[in-house]
Design a binder for this molecule. Sequence first.
Ligand SMILES: Cc1ncc(COP(=O)(O)O)c(C=O)c1O
Length: 435
Amino acid sequence: MIDAFERLVTPIPGPRSRALAKSLAASEVRGVTYLAPNYPVFWESGDGATITDVDGNRYLDLTGAFGVALTGHGNPAVARAIAEQAARLAHGMGDVHPTAVKVHLLERLASLAPAAGAKSFLCSTGAESIEFALKTAMLVTGEPNVLAFAGGYHGLSYAALEVGGIPKFRKPWQRQLRGTTSFVRFPDPREPKASERALEVVAKTLRKDRSIGAVLVEPILGRAGIRVPPDGFLKGLRAICTERDTLLIVDEIYTGFGRTGTMFACQRENVQPDVLCVGKALGGGFPISAAIASREVADAWAPSDGEALHTSTYLGNPMGCAAALANLDEIERLDVPGLARSRESQLAERLHELKRIDTQIAEVRGRGLLWALELKNPAFARACVVAALGRGLVLLQSGLRGEVLALAPPAMISDVQLERALDLLAMVVRDPVLA
Ligand SMILES: Cc1ncc(COP(=O)(O)O)c(C=O)c1O
C-alpha cells in the first residue's frame, strides 16, 4: 500500500503476539528469539515498507528485515514468480538435473558482476556463499589461511565463524575453531591516515604469513554497526591482493544490489573482487545466495566427475532462482541504486539534524540506504527499539556492543513514509521511556 503509515490497534505487543511468545518459549531452542514482556511482535504480512502483526497493528519498517526486503515486503512480482514456479516445479536436482531457470539466473548474475565472464555458485544462505569463497581460495592459491577484519561478520556456520571478527559469536566455540584467520583492524575514518595505516598492516601481515591465500572484507562493516571505511581503502586492498596473488573476497551480502548507491558497493571504487558474495536481498525474501567468481578463479574448480565436491540439496532451487530473477527485474525497474543515491541526502540530513539536537547520539554514518545512528550506550539503544515498536516503527539494534540503530529500509519506501519513519525515530530517541 503506497504511503501507508503506522496504525496501532492494540497495546504493543498485542494479545496474539503475547500468546505466540509463550508458545515459542516452550518450543524453540533458547537463545534464538529474544523474548521479553514488551518484545517482540509476531509478523503476519508485509506490504512495501510496512509490516502488519498478528494483532492487526501496522508498522513502518526501517530495517528492511535485515536488509532483505530491498524491493519491498510482499513484492507482487516476486510473489507471483515464486507461486508460478512452485506450481510448475518446486524443486529440481540442482547439480544433477538442473532447471532452465537456474541457467537464466546464472547468466543474469554474470551480466551484473563487476568482472566480465563471471561464473557463480548458488546456495541458500550468506554463510554458505562465504564457505564456497573460502574453498575456492584454497583451490586457487593452495594456501589455507585468511586475512579478515576485526568486527567483520560473515555468518555463523563454522567456516564463516572461523573468519568472523566479532568475539562474542566465536567465544563459546573457540576450541573448535582452527585459528586459520589473521584479524586486522578495519580503518576508522575519524583517525588520521586510517586507510594507509590499515593497508600497511594488511601488507605486513601478508608478508609475514605466506599461508594466507585470501583477504575477506565487507565494503562497509554491517553487523559491527555500519562502519564506512575511508575512500580508497577497498582499492588499496585490491592493489595489495593483486600484487601478492592473494584472492580478494568481497562480502556484499548486506551491501549488494544497490543498497549503497551502486549495484555493488565495490563498484564505487571500481574494484573487481575475485569472489563477490551476495545473499539477503537477492531473492526478495526467498533464501538464495551466490558466490560470483571471476572466470579465472572459478575455473580452479575441476569439472564434475559425476559427483560435485561442493553442493547442497537446495542448490539452484527453481523457486529461489525464479524469485531472484523477478527481484533483479524489480531492482532494475525501480532503479534501486538511483533510489539509494537520492535517499542518501534525505537520510543524512535528517539524521545529522537529530544528532545536533540530541545529546544521546554519538555518531551518524552511512551511505545510500544503509545508516547507523550510534547512541551513547546500548541500554539506550535497546530502549529506543522497544519504544519505537510501541509507536509503530520497526528498528534493529546493532553494533559490537548493541550501541547502534541500523537503518536499512526498503528502497521503495516513499518520501512521506520515510519522513514519517524519521519523525517517529526522532520522537523515540528524544524520549524513549515516554514514547
Ligand atoms: C555482511 C554479511 N555477511 C554474511 C552474512 C551471513 O548471512 P546469513 O545469515 O544468510 O548466513 C550476513 C548476515 O547478516 C552479513 O550481513
